[in-house]
Write a protein that binds this ligand. Structure first.
Ligand SMILES: Cc1cc2nc3c(=O)[nH]c(=O)nc-3n(C[C@H](O)[C@H](O)[C@H](O)COP(=O)(O)OP(=O)(O)OC[C@H]3O[C@@H](n4cnc5c(N)ncnc54)[C@H](O)[C@@H]3O)c2cc1C
Length: 472
């Protein structure tokens, strides 16, 4: 998928390029400053891309495995002096091409900074290094009856630093908010190598500009996260799962909207369309697509879980008789299995593009239905599952043997992004902009907001060292 060229050192107006004698000298200087520098071709190839499928035109110049925050300060100070672009990297699980690094760039790998520095259960927060794997923090919090709420589907591989840089979301976000809502403060190294702290350890804090929020979701373009203070919330307890199989997406979306309007905040509210149900049936031997044309999966938890689950089941039953409810953990897991297996069942059919548009919740049915029409018109199969409670849709475009730049695939994706904007939504509800959605971001923001983004970038990174060509 190398239709869009990854920005190189030269593109960004930087002084050095691979092959230059001065570049070799500069690299020798970097080795003297930081121990973890690699130019091993296998390391460079592995660090050049993420899970978007985008492959740059060549490998980056070097990989720096940061061992501590001082390595990050040294690397960025060096990069500023020599004007070398730096691509921060967590686990490389991103889907937008944000961690892609081409010729002339240095990859700064933060995954080795993987310590949970401390947990403060009474104050409800943890201090962590950026390379901590998301699920590891969640598991460590459970020992104290707490959880780290943001749970992207990649939770077992992604890092907290990558989650912060992409403002990741997940199933639990309908109740607890996205990563931005979980970050209380950050330790960040700026492009020139200086280190700043933002936010506070208290749950509330209004001092100064909200730099924490600015940095969350900035995709490594404004600073490198070397530490984070993140909120922990009470762990799920007494969870009850409710599923409803509906005749159509319209019925399911109307039920989802009524659940939210009723004042219940479920811990999960997921929708699967008919195409996804057929893929699940093929993989799992179930008969979901025979029972209905759309499936809703809700989960409640906490002291009011039983009452809320009953209320949700009541709302579902106004539109369908096919409702199941269980508080038994094994049975509940069985009910949620359809959601967990949704992506694997589609991937079993071939290579996919994973999209993530968001629309106002009341436009969800229209969005799912129109994606189906787009698919029928372009002849490219598209499957949809959605975080219905948040209005986020994952249209999964089946590539099969087609290249990602196949005209019909591009037309399908373009029409899906246009649809998101027409319905008053956004081209990315959780995966970020990266390289792949920049042109769409500009359309979504308009010239005045793009200009404001550019001025913010210039204020924090005047030499355009940090992840140039990504995000904005
Ligand atoms: C199977 C699968 C399911 C997924 N499900 C979800 C989902 O449900 N929700 C969701 O939101 N995403 C999802 N994703 C996308 C991806 O996992 C997230 O974007 C995740 O937050 C990326 O984390 P990472 O550590 O892999 O970051 P990377 O991919 O390494 O980097 C992503 C971006 O963060 C920057 N970055 C990384 N670390 C730092 C740092 N310390 N400081 C500054 N910048 C940094 C990089 O430069 C890049 O711009 C999924 C991906 C896969 C493969």
């Amino acid at each position: 998928m190398s239709r869009i060229d990854a920005p190189t050192a030269r593109d960004a107006g930087h002084d050095l390029a691979p092959g230059d004698a001065t570049f070799a000298e500069a690299l020798a200087e970097l080795r003297g400053l930081v121990p973890g520098v690699s130019v091993d071709p296998a390391d460079l190839a592995a660090a050049s891309t993420d899970r978007s499928g985008f492959v740059p035109d060549g490998p980056p110049a070097a990989l720096v495995r940061a061992g501590d925050a001082a390595d990050v300060e040294e690397t960025l100070g060096w990069a500023s002096r020599h004007r070398v672009p730096v691509v921060p990297r967590g686990a490389g699980s991103g889907l937008a091409g944000a961690a892609v690094a081409g010729p002339g760039a240095i990859v700064l790998d933060l995954s080795g900074l993987d310590q949970i520095v401390r947990l403060e259960p009474a104050d409800g927060y943890a201090v962590v290094e950026p390379g901590v794997v998301t699920a590891d923090l969640d598991r460590a919090s459970r020992a104290h009856g707490l959880q780290y709420a943001p749970d992207p589907g990649s939770v077992e591989i992604s890092t907290i630093g990558g989650n912060i840089a992409t403002n990741a979301g997940g199933l639990r976000c309908v109740k607890h908010g996205v990563t931005r809502d979980a970050v209380l403060g950050l330790d960040v190294v700026l492009a020139d190598g200086t280190r700043v702290s933002t936010g506070a350890g208290s749950v509330r804090g209004v001092a100064g500009y909200d730099l924490t929020s600015l940095l969350v979701g900035s995709e490594g373009t404004l600073g490198v996260v070397v530490g984070a203070t993140v909120r922990l919330v009470p762990a799920e307890r007494d969870a009850i799962t409710v599923t409803g199989s509906f005749a159509s997406v319209e019925h399911a979306a109307a039920a989802a909207a009524e659940v939210i309007a009723s004042g219940i905040t479920p811990g999960m509210l997921e929708l699967l369309d008919a195409a996804t149900l057929r893929a699940l049936d093929d993989l799992e031997g179930t008969d979901l697509a025979t029972v209905g044309g759309a499936l809703l999966i809700a989960r409640t938890d906490g002291f009011a879980a039983a009452a809320e689950a009953d209320a949700i089941a009541g709302i579902f039953r106004e539109r369908t008789d096919a409702v199941a409810l269980s508080g038994d953990p094994v049975e509940a897991e069985q009910l949620v299995r359809a959601r967990r297996q949704a992506l694997p069942s589609i991937e079993a059919r071939g290579r996919v593009l994973i999209e993530d548009i968001a629309v106002p919740r009341t436009r969800l049915a229209e969005a799912v239905r129109t994606v189906g029409q787009i698919s029928a018109e372009t002849g490219v199969e598209v499957f949809v599952f959605a975080h219905a409670g948040a209005g986020i849709l994952h249209p999964i475009v089946l590539l099969g043997d087609r290249p990602a730049d196949d005209p019909a695939v591009r037309d399908t994706a373009d029409r899906i992004f246009s649809l998101a904007l027409e319905l008053g939504g956004t081209v990315t509800g959780e995966h970020g902009v990266g390289l792949l959605k920049r042109q769409w971001l500009h359309r979504e923001l308009g010239p005045a907001a793009v200009s404001l983004h550019e001025r913010i970038k210039a204020a924090l990174d005047p030499l355009d060292i940090l992840n140039p060509g990504k995000g904005i």
